[in-house]
Design a protein. Structure first.
Length: 201
């Protein structure tokens, strides 16, 4: 039993690391979704929380001081989409709605809260995908910069021998007279090739 709890804790840690939920800026889609959950339930507040070694840590919602004196009306799990872990995914947090007095929520409202909880997870999944895309774009940009640098170095390395070759061909052409038309033609073609290569670099 202890090994299973330890493995589940390790899975939750991996999920939280992949979602990068620590030290999030307030606001945005998650705040809007927790506010929507409170409105749907007719509750005073809603909070999305993730599990940690210290208990529950707020992901989105009002500060803990604003929740003092409120009681939980419902709690809906935040779970990863189905995947290799199974069709249920991994529960890594919860969406809680809170009010001043105990009460029960209508089953239809609980269904809506499940939808909001799924939306919170989708936002986190989209943020992960966006970070991966950004990282891939940066890697491509760095690779492009490296290709440009290598091409510049190759062009520089080719320019010196090309200049020497062009100069040598010009000197050789000046030494050939009209009695050697084939040699002159070959030297002219070689000079033209060197000029074309020079323009490419």
């Amino acid at each position: 039993m202890g090994e299973q709890v330890s493995e589940e804790s390790a899975q939750v840690r991996r999920v939280l690391e992949s979602y990068d939920v620590r030290d999030r800026a307030e606001g945005g889609e998650l705040s809007a979704l927790t506010e929507l959950a409170a409105r749907l339930a007719g509750a005073r507040a809603a909070v999305a929380e993730v599990g940690s070694e210290d208990g529950w840590e707020s992901l989105s919602g009002p500060p803990a001081a604003d929740l003092a004196g409120l009681v939980e009306l419902a709690s809906v799990p935040l779970r990863t989409p189905e995947g290799p872990e199974g069709p249920e995914g991994i529960v890594f947090g919860r969406l809680r709605v809170l009010g001043p007095e105990p009460g029960e929520l209508d089953p239809a409202v609980l269904g809506h809260l499940d939808t909001v909880a799924d939306s919170i997870v989708r936002v986190l999944e989209l943020e992960v995908a966006a970070r991966r895309l950004f990282d891939a774009e940066e890697a491509v940009a760095r690779a492009g910069e490296q290709v440009v640098a290598v091409a510049g170095q190759i062009a520089h390395d080719l320019n010196n021998p090309l200049a020497a070759m062009a100069m040598s061909l010009e000197i050789a052409r000046d030494q050939v007279d009209d009695t050697q038309p084939l040699l002159g033609s070959l030297l002219d073609r070689a000079s033209g090739g060197a000029a074309r290569m020079k323009r490419m670099t």
